[in-house]
Design a protein around this ligand. Structure first.
Ligand code: ZN
Ligand code: ZN
Length: 271
């Protein structure tokens, strides 16, 4: 078995999917990433990118999936509605997130918003509400050696950022993060020494609107430098950000610091 972990990108958009051709280069799905080693797999957020990931899990006959949900805004959970594994009676789906996750998802994924509710689907779905101040491992001994911590974020309606640690390596996933008050300092501590920091570049420099709960790649770079992160992966582009504008920002950012990359769907990063 290949014993290196890989980060795969399945969805790079914030707010809503963008199917038009102007966005096809970086991809049009909303937030979803997987971190995997062989058959061990952890998913970060369940945006519309989760659907294609689900198709791949079906192809690979993988029956277990653990999904860390940052928050309930639709761009981070809309992939659950048509997640292929939900209708497989042999599948085990573990969802992790903030207190209240179970009640909220049971209300959202089901009538009148959707014909089949989470409780009626054939897969075994378990919701695990985790605390920000208590690191945890996957349920039922999943991915041994992997530890996960959550940080309460600064975003409307609340949000978790996640840190995954294994074999002396680490990845931090921090989408939908506004660096107000002490958030920058808390994030720098949380992401200390991370090999990869996945960051909310929902606004590009000059566009930032305070109070909307988002950030820019310049702010992500400052946090990454303070945390001494190895690489910074920008994502969560807005509807304004066609391929042309993302490419332009990517060039600018990479000239500023070569540790920055901009996420595109299908990208794989060795960890
Ligand atoms: Zn978002
Ligand atoms: Zn959000």
């Amino acid at each position: 078995m290949d014993d290196t972990w890989k980060l795969k990108v399945w969805g790079v958009r914030g707010s809503a999917p963008v199917p038009e051709p102007d966005y096809a280069g970086y991809g049009g799905n909303t937030s979803c990433f997987s971190v995997e080693r062989g058959d061990e797999l952890v998913v970060l957020d369940a945006g519309s990118g989760l659907v294609a990931l689900g198709d791949e899990l079906v192809r690979r006959r993988m029956r277990r999936v653990d999904i860390l949900i940052s928050h309930l805004h639709l761009d981070h959970v809309m992939g659950l509605f048509i997640f292929p594994l939900l209708h497989d009676a042999t599948a085990q789906i573990h969802l992790y997130g903030r207190p209240g996750l179970g009640q909220a998802l049971n209300g959202l994924v089901g009538p009148p918003f959707w014909p089949v509710g989470l409780a009626q689907c054939r897969a075994a779905v378990q919701v695990h509400e985790v605390r920000a101040d208590r690191p945890f491992t996957l349920a039922d001994g999943g991915a041994p050696g992997l530890t996960i911590a959550a940080l309460e974020g600064n975003h409307p309606d609340g949000c978790y950022y996640y840190r995954l640690d294994w074999d002396g390596r680490s990845l931090v996933y921090a989408l939908d993060c506004e660096l107000e008050e002490d958030m920058a300092a808390r994030m720098a501590r949380f992401a200390k020494g991370a090999d990869v920091l996945v960051w909310d570049s929902g606004f590009f420099p000059g566009e930032l609107v305070r109070g909307w709960g988002h950030s820019t790649w310049e702010e992500g770079l400052a946090v990454g430098r303070a945390a001494q992160a190895g690489q910074m992966l920008m994502t969560h582009y807005g509807r304004k950000h066609s391929d042309l504008s993302v490419r332009e920002q990517e060039r600018l950012a990479c000239r500023t610091d070569s540790r920055i990359q901009f996420a595109r769907e299908g990208m794989v990063i060795g960890l």
